[in-house]
Design a protein around this ligand. Structure first.
Ligand code: PEP
Ligand code: MG
Length: 569
């Protein structure tokens, strides 16, 4: 049995399709005619670009525009004159073959990306290796593995699932994905989730130990992979798979139903999205709107800032698709650990406490914040858009942001450009300071959305990505629970909507407590909505108030968790 990182829910059962690219042999061969070799490289580059364009179109059709952007990113790398110029100079300067020049130049770039302490940059290293291999394959006449023709019931086992490989996946034939590399935010994970294929990533050593054609079962929730399972194991997992599919099917009966507790309290179930195309899934799972659109995804995987026009189109597309349902768009939450190379940010010593989100936006109004706010306001003429500001710590920040919004509104009036004059402006409550000042903030903004991912980190002083101290990172810690309860109380007393868009909003053990505290809106991944609706409609508030009182009487996270686990049983 292997353990890895769970990335895409569900049980996968099938035969291993071990993807090992046909061996490329790269030697430092000398060439007599460097000019001719440069031409050979240019021809291969041209072919690789053509192939990549086809893959991008495939991906756009099968998965979505955002995923196709990954291939657009590859195209940009392939057409980067710095990269290709360096390869050509290496061929000429060292009189070496194209394959070798590509190898050294791309490896250098990949090493720089990989050494950066940032998952996104490390992903860039994978992209660089992906294009390197494809250029070399073209040079050597090697045809890449044709994932599109895998038979039904295949479980892909690969080192890493590169975007170009993923483009070919036919979800009807692929029952699971196992990779040696990757993390929760790697492209393979994002794509597996988009395709709803169960996946486990970061499973070390599988590529050499799993034989092609071996029987595999994998649990995408638990992060478990079993090779050649016994008859008992196989039927156990087949049972789990049937249960997962049955539950998924049964949950469909909750489509079109209101989210109301037994005693008539209505709450909103909305979704978190990262791109306009995600709205399709929100509607499929009957989400009542979008509680968090993480706009930073529009800024990633590209080499320059999206223009006001590009952003306007993206926000308008999401708003129009939602047909009047609320769409809360969060302004750029970037900086510190989430760097974007073209923004020229200096790495902070203490990224989570650093120059990021609203701090950065207010400091770079002209090139970042103003275009984004203009795009948001213009798009507000096409749907029910609300603006949400992340990482707020003091009142001055929200006042300054609101003043800027008012200034832009006047500008738009002057241009006769339509926008929603009553547009709501709210904040993410995700810092300890904002929580402690929630009563004051509640008078300044139109809504709250509690970001428990960060609120837990800042309340417990525990880096949300550090494994060694992960035991402290619990939203069930009484300190975090008190903070959540206080934020909800302040918002309710001021008569504003209080939502939650952190992961806790879909946690079955947390939902009863949040209901009892009076949370109005729960925002989660679209595929979690129906399960939450089923749960909420089964509770009565009276019962939950007593449960919450009991839960809040404990002194440790462990006690609260045990109590809630027992309760939801
Ligand atoms: C949060 O902090 O809870 C949140 C929803 O935002 P992010 O995970 O993007 O920081
Ligand atoms: Mg956050």
């Amino acid at each position: 049995m292997y353990r890895g990182t769970s990335t895409s829910a569900g049980i996968g059962i099938g035969k291993a399709a071990v993807i090992k690219e046909e061996e490329l042999v790269i030697r430092q061969d000398k060439v007599a005619d460097a000019e001719a070799e440069v031409q050979r490289f240019r021809d291969a580059l041209g072919k690789t670009v053509e192939q990549t364009e086809v893959l991008a179109a495939d991906l756009a059709a099968k998965v979505g525009e955002k995923e196709a952007e990954i291939m657009q990113g590859h195209l940009m790398l392939l057409m980067d004159p710095m990269l290709t110029g360096e390869i050509e100079n290496t061929i000429k300067g060292e009189a070496v073959c194209g394959e070798y020049a590509i190898e050294t130049v791309c490896n250098n770039y990949a090493a720089v990306f990989a050494s950066m302490d940032d998952e996104l940059m490390q992903q860039r290293a994978t992209d660089m290796k992906d294009i390197k291999t494809r250029m070399q394959q073209v040079l050597q006449g090697i045809h890449p593995v044709d994932i599109a023709s895998l038979p039904a019931g295949s479980v892909i086992v690969a080192k890493d699932l590169t975007p170009s490989m993923t483009a070919g996946i036919n979800p009807a034939n692929v029952s699971g994905i196992v990779t040696e590399l990757g993390g929760k935010t790697s492209h393979s994970a994002i794509l597996a989730r988009a395709l709803e294929i169960p996946a486990v990533v970061a499973v070390s050593g599988v590529l050499d130990s799993i034989e092609d054609g071996a029987d595999i079962v994998l649990d995408g929730d638990a992060g478990i992979v079993i090779v050649n399972p016994s008859g008992i194991e196989k039927s156990e997992y087949e049972g789990k798979r049937q249960k997962f599919l049955k539950e998924k099917k049964e949950l469909e009966s909750y489509i079109g139903r209101p989210t109301i507790t037994k005693d008539g309290i209505h709450v909103e179930l909305v979704a978190n999205i990262g791109k306009p195309e995600d709205v399709e899934k929100v509607l499929q799972y009957d989400g009542e709107g979008v509680g968090l659109f993480r706009t930073e995804f529009l800024f990633m995987d590209r080499t320059s800032m999206p223009t006001e026009e590009e952003q306007f189109e993206a926000y308008k597309k999401a708003a129009s698709a939602l047909k009047g349902k609320p769409l809360i768009i969060r302004t750029l939450d970037i900086g510190g650990d989430k760097e974007i190379p073209y923004m020229g940010l200096v790495k902070d010593e203490n990224p989570f406490l650093g120059y990021r989100a609203i701090r950065l936006c207010l400091d770079r109004k002209d090139d970042i914040y103003r275009p984004q706010l203009r795009a948001l306001l213009r798009a507000s003429a096409f749907g029910n858009i609300k603006i949400m500001i992340p990482m707020v710590t003091c009142i001055d920040e929200i006042r300054e942001a609101k003043a800027l919004i008012e200034e832009i509104k006047k500008e738009l009036d002057g241009e006769n450009t339509a926008y929603n004059k009553e547009i709501q402006v709210g904040i993410m409550v995700e810092t300890a300071a904002a929580s402690l000042m929630a009563d004051v903030f509640a008078k300044e903004v139109d809504f709250f959305s509690i970001g428990t991912n960060d609120l837990t980190q800042y309340t417990m002083s525990v880096d949300r990505g550090n494994d060694k101290i992960a035991y402290l990172y619990s939203t069930f810690n009484p300190a975090v629970l008190r903070s959540i309860r206080y934020i909800i109380r302040c918002g309710r007393e001021a008569g504003i909507m209080v939502g939650m868009c952190g992961e806790a909003a879909s946690d079955p053990m947390m939902i009863p407590l949040l209901l009892a505290f009076g949370l109005n809106e729960f925002s989660m991944s679209a595929s979690a909505i129906l399960r939450a609706r089923k749960m909420i409609t089964g509770f009565s508030m009276e019962e939950l108030k007593a449960v919450a009182d009991e839960a809040m009487s404990f002194a440790t996270a462990k006690e609260v968790e045990e109590y809630m686990r027992e309760f939801i049983k």
